[in-house]
Structures are given as structure tokens and as C-alpha cells.
Design a protein around this ligand. Structure first.
Ligand SMILES: O=C(O)CCC(=O)C(=O)O
Ligand SMILES: [Fe+2]
Length: 264
């Protein structure tokens, strides 16, 4: 019933007084897809109430998605997430979630804990929702930058969670063309996690399933010489939605503090 128990539940005709929202993490299930690059599939990462809440607080706030200028050497950390090139590469609509919202903060905490105890909240970019109508897509890209604005400020990890998938949606999978075959792939297909239709045979395609998420590590392990470089094998795309619609959630963790959050 959480997180809306306060308003929904009545004790007799007396409203429940303790209206405080309590951040609880659902018992999600993890399945390893690939060890290298590390890719993990997470079932029930977002609860039904959380998904409804995210949609409610972002209603009418979506604007045309931006694309990071990946190869711009002057690309300051700040601009890398805030510049909004309109691009045929990414035809969706996006919006940023307020970190001050307690439910958003709870999802952030979950994403931080998933990665161990050493990732500070300041390394998270503000969470982003992305919405696709039919024909909309995000062409093949990596989430890491070829020239991050400052050393140590690349995107180490990504979560892409499915917040809403309209009934009868077709297309809209998340495709990783360079991932090898998943062991026991047939079972993943049967369980509705992977789309194994011939059309998207290349690599691995996750079907959009509400509440579930894909997590991966964007950067190669440290080489002892300082900076970490991007892993080309994490190339991926949001395939065109061909019917229905999808809303996804990006959670990006940087190597260092994020300007938008720290005001630096
Ligand atoms: O829509 C998808 O399935 C993937 C979106 C994505 O990769 C992104 O927003 O960076
Ligand atoms: Fe991406």
C-alpha cells in the first residue's frame, strides 16, 4: 500500500495521522546477463505506486530529449547533461525528477545501495524520465562520454528502468548489439524478458516490462594509470516504439560529483 497509505487509508472515519512516507525497498530479483561487461537484469526494481507517482509528478513536464555532445572537447561537465540538442538520433521526450521528492530520493537510495556502500549521492545525476510515442527511438549510443568534461566525471553505471508500458505496446526494446548470447537464452525469451524475434537478433534485446530494469557498467576497469575509459560493448539503443508507448527511467552514476547536484 505504501507510499500512499496516508491518504488512501482511513481508520474508521479518522484519517491516519502518521502521514510520513517511509522509504522501503521492494524485494527485487536480480539475474546476471553478462559478466563482462557487467549487465544485470532486475525484476520489480520499481513498485507500482512508485511508477504511478513518477508519472503523476512529471505530467506535462516533458520536453524534447537532448543528446550529449559526446565529442566536444570543451564540453564542460555542466553542459554534458543540460544542453538539449534536438536530434534525429533521439526523438523522445524527457524530464528531470526533483531530487527533493521523497519517493525519488528513495529510488536513488536503492540505486546507490545496489552498487555497494561507497557511492555517494552527489555522484548521481538527477534522475531522468524519457517518454516514447510510436516511431520514437534513441539510436545506438553509449551512455559514457568520449571526452568527459573533467577527469573522473564519466558515467560509471547506468540503470534503465521501465516505468510505464502501454497495453499492447510493440517495439521499444532496449538493444545491446555487441552483447554475446545469453546462456540459456530460450528461458529468458520464454519469460518475456528478452525479445528473441528475428528482427532484433543482433546482440540482446530487453523487452520493456513495467517495473523491471537493466543495470550495466559503462567503463572498463581502472588500468592503474588513472582515468577509466568507456566500454564499447555497452553500445545500445532504445528501439523504435511501433505501437503503444513507453516511459523509461535513467539513473546515471558518475565517477565524481555532479555539478547539477552540488552547484559546483
Ligand atoms: O529507451 C531505451 O530503451 C534506452 C534509452 C537509453 O538508452 C537512454 O536514454 O540513454
Ligand atoms: Fe542509453
Amino acid at each position: 500500500q505504501y507510499p500512499f497509505h496516508a491518504s488512501q487509508h482511513q481508520l474508521g472515519d479518522r484519517p491516519v495521522l502518521s502521514g510520513e512516507y517511509v522509504c522501503e525497498h521492494p524485494p527485487y530479483k536480480v539475474l546476471m546477463v553478462s559478466q563482462s561487461p557487467l549487465v544485470i537484469y532486475i525484476q520489480n526494481f520499481l513498485t507500482t505506486d512508485e511508477r504511478a507517482h513518477l508519472q503523476r509528478i512529471t505530467k506535462d513536464t516533458f520536453t524534447r530529449s537532448g543528446v550529449t555532445s559526446n565529442n566536444n572537447h570543451n564540453n564542460k561537465d555542466k553542459s554534458s547533461t543540460t544542453n538539449n540538442h534536438n536530434s534525429a538520433l533521439r526523438t523522445s521526450q524527457s524530464t528531470t525528477l526533483p531530487p527533493s521528492d521523497p519517493i525519488v530520493a528513495c529510488i536513488e537510495t536503492r540505486a546507490l545501495l545496489f552498487q555497494g556502500y561507497d557511492t555517494p549521492r552527489s555522484h548521481l545525476e538527477p534522475l531522468q524520465l524519457v517518454k516514447y510515442a510510436p516511431t520514437e527511438h534513441y539510436h545506438f549510443h553509449t551512455d559514457w562520454f568520449t571526452s568527459p568534461g573533467s577527469e573522473g566525471n564519466n558515467r560509471v553505471t547506468s540503470f534503465f528502468a521501465y516505468v510505464h508500458v502501454a497495453n499492447g505496446t510493440t517495439g521499444g526494446g532496449t538493444n545491446f548489439p555487441r552483447l554475446g548470447e545469453v546462456p540459456a537464452e530460450g528461458r529468458w525469451c520464454d519469460e518475456g524478458i528478452l525479445d528473441c524475434d528475428a528482427e532484433w537478433e543482433k546482440g540482446v534485446t530487453f523487452r520493456p516490462v513495467e517495473g523491471n530494469a537493466v543495470f550495466w557498467v559503462n567503463l572498463l576497469p581502472p588500468d592503474g594509470k588513472g582515468g577509466r575509459v568507456g566500454d564499447e560493448r555497452t553500445l545500445h539503443a532504445g528501439l523504435p516504439v511501433t505501437g503503444g508507448g513507453k516511459i523509461g527511467l535513467n539513473i546515471w552514476t558518475r565517477e565524481g560529483p555532479v555539478a547539477e547536484r552540488t552547484g559546483l
